[in-house]
Design a protein around this ligand. Structure first.
Ligand code: ISJ
Length: 343
């Protein structure tokens, strides 16, 4: 549990988000804060645009029985938006949100590498040198590309090459999500910030993803299990938790058993956000599962949606913003994946 000091303004507070559902009022839900960008987890699968001067991502994530949300990213500082080629972005002087879409074209790796490198160049040029959190929503994630290689593995190659070529400048890989979406193509969006406030965390129960053995693909996935962002103004840090699944070490555990996969996933997150793990990484504070907010839960099979909703309600209880999607996970034997933000 972090200690917060009520009444202290959080003017350089970390970007956080609110899930605005159809029929809800965005102004009310975001308490009139400035919008850094919006991500519609809906029926889209179209290139992001600047809408009201800030990025609007339109991802195809909402199938039947799933939620449809507008994930609205907010900040307390004035926001300025822009476009650079296929990238749309917004910045507030401390934080940067950027989005793009990669259309399917046989294979992904070269395009992914090029798009990641263009995005890194833009953030670098604008002075945002540390990655905070990335989302990759990948159509047919476990399906084959035109060469018969799994799309996720193909994507991981391009992403790893981009990180390799920027390794002298970008210090560490951030928290991320790589998850299925319902239309071909990849929707990519990410947050970055000025330097000096970020720490990337691993999970003692899991092999770091960037060290997964080659049987999971020619290039290991480039992400950390979580990213911690220190805030100014007396408030505690914010922890962005990566997409987390039923993996111990590097093995999928409990294939075919959605309840057990939920339990392992939540236990993984609990260990990751715990005070012991933060201490292991040289950081003070720490969190419990009940500190999670902005939780997104990805369920591979529609028939498991009710069971997963019930499991999360039991364990996470009072979380205000939680949404469930029926999409593929990055390994065919993973039935469920969860992510969130602790603050
Ligand atoms: C579930 C896992 O990986 C998923 C894939 C990720 C990626 O490739 O960016 C990040 C987190 C998860 O969404 C895992 O390897 O534990």
């Amino acid at each position: 549990m972090t200690i917060t000091h009520p009444g202290v303004p959080t003017r350089t507070g970390a970007p956080t988000c609110r899930f605005v559902r159809p029929g809800e009022n965005e102004e009310e839900r975001t308490e009139g804060r400035n919008v850094l960008g919006r991500v519609i987890y809906g029926h889209g699968g179209r290139a992001p645009v600047l809408h009201g001067g800030v990025p609007l991502v339109r991802a195809a994530m909402a199938g039947e029985g799933a939620d449809r949300i507008n994930e609205v990213w907010v900040t307390d500082r004035p926001v300025r938006g822009g476009r650079d080629g296929g990238l749309v972005y917004a910045e507030d002087g401390e934080h940067f949100l950027c989005a793009t879409r990669i259309e399917p074209d046989g294979t992904y790796r070269d395009t992914v590498r090029g798009v990641y490198e263009a995005a890194f160049a833009l953030m670098w040029r604008l002075g945002y040198t540390e990655l905070l959190r990335m989302w990759n929503l990948v159509g047919a994630i476990t399906g084959p590309n035109s060469e018969g290689v799994e799309n996720y593995r193909d994507f991981c190659v391009g992403r790893a090459q981009a990180f390799e070529s920027w390794s002298g400048r970008i210090a560490g890989m951030p928290a991320a999500t790589g998850i299925g979406s319902l239309r071909p193509g990849i929707d990519l969006y990410f947050l970055a910030c000025r330097s000096g406030r970020v720490r990337h965390l691993e999970n003692p129960l899991q092999t770091p993803a960037h060290r997964y053995p080659a049987r999971y693909g020619p290039k290991a996935p480039s992400f950390a299990r979580a990213t911690l962002l220190e805030q100014d103004g007396g408030t505690g840090p914010v922890l962005y938790v990566s997409g987390t699944a039923s993996i111990l070490g590097d093995d999928t555990v409990h294939p075919g058993d959605v309840e057990r996969q939920c339990a392992v996933t939540l236990a993984n997150i609990e260990a990751l956000v715990s005070p012991e793990n933060l201490r292991r990484h040289g950081a003070a504070g720490g969190f419990a599962l009940t500190d999670l907010d902005c939780v997104k839960v990805y369920v591979r099979d529609a028939e498991h949606l009710d069971a997963v909703r019930a499991h999360c309600a039991r364990v996470l209880g009072g979380v205000r913003d939680i949404a469930f999607f029926n999409v593929d996970v990055c390994r065919p034997d993973l039935l469920v994946e969860m992510e969130g933000i602790c603050r």
